[in-house]
Design a protein around this ligand. Structure first.
Ligand SMILES: [Zn+2]
Length: 234
């Protein structure tokens, strides 16, 4: 069930059942010549939809389609939110949930940049310190990346994982190009323009991507998250 499709009266009744609320967070960010700007949002939203289909008592909050960016910041279409704004915005959303009596929240972020993750983590900490609420915060990208058989040499932003997952989610919005790109480690140097780390705008060899692989990745994420929720969010 989607929060923005129900009424306040329906919401009041659902809250009495102690639902798990899933907040998908994505980004509007350049993802190479082949993937749409909303790639991170589409991936997180798909995870939320699949979990709601397989579990009882799940309510999906409207996805937040913005995040914090560094290497893609200067590319056309990337919308960058500053750290303090992101932290405050997510904090306000979580605070509203808690004030209405929601006690179990799962945040799934399709975007996984470190400053973005830190801002959201700080927002979560602030809300759990003030309210009796359980919050689980994960990046679906990190869940896939950590599994051995989904690891590809040099893969990263807009690479095999993201291209495969988008081919499984909505092939109509994936371009036919299959670019290759590298991530160049700045080796602790603080860069004026982080785009030099990813000159091609992506990292990995996307010719290895497929919808079948993406489907397996998406399933793996959903199964992993359902297991985590069943263990930790009772
Ligand atoms: Zn992405």
């Amino acid at each position: 069930m989607k929060m923005d499709e129900i009424t306040t009266n329906e919401m009041r009744e659902i809250i009495k059942m102690d639902p798990l609320v899933i907040l998908p967070i994505g980004a509007t960010e350049a993802h190479g010549i082949h993937l749409p700007l909303g790639t991170d949002t589409f991936q997180a939203a798909r995870v939320a939809d699949d979990m709601a289909e397989r579990m009882d008592n799940v309510l999906i909050a409207p996805a937040l389609p913005y995040g914090i960016h560094s290497s893609m910041r200067n590319l056309a279409g990337t919308i960058n939110i500053t750290f303090d704004s992101m932290r405050s915005f997510v904090r306000d959303i979580l605070d509203s949930f808690a004030r209405h009596g929601i006690r179990r929240i799962l945040i799934v972020s399709g975007h996984a940049a470190s400053s973005h993750m830190t801002a959201i983590t700080e927002a979560c900490r602030s809300v759990v310190s003030e309210h009796d609420v359980k919050i689980m915060f994960v990046s679906d990208y990190r869940i896939v990346e950590e599994r051995e058989d989904f690891r590809f040499e040099g893969d990263g932003h807009g690479g095999v994982i993201e291209t495969s997952r988008m081919l499984a989610i909505d092939p109509d919005i994936v371009g036919s190009e299959r670019p290759k790109g590298v991530f160049i480690d700045s080796d602790c140097v603080v860069l004026r323009d982080a785009s030099s780390c990813m000159p091609d705008g992506i990292a990995g060899d996307t010719s290895k991507a497929s919808a079948e692989l993406g489907e397996r990745m998406n399933n793996y994420i959903v199964e992993t998250l359902i297991g985590m929720v069943e263990r930790e969010m009772r």
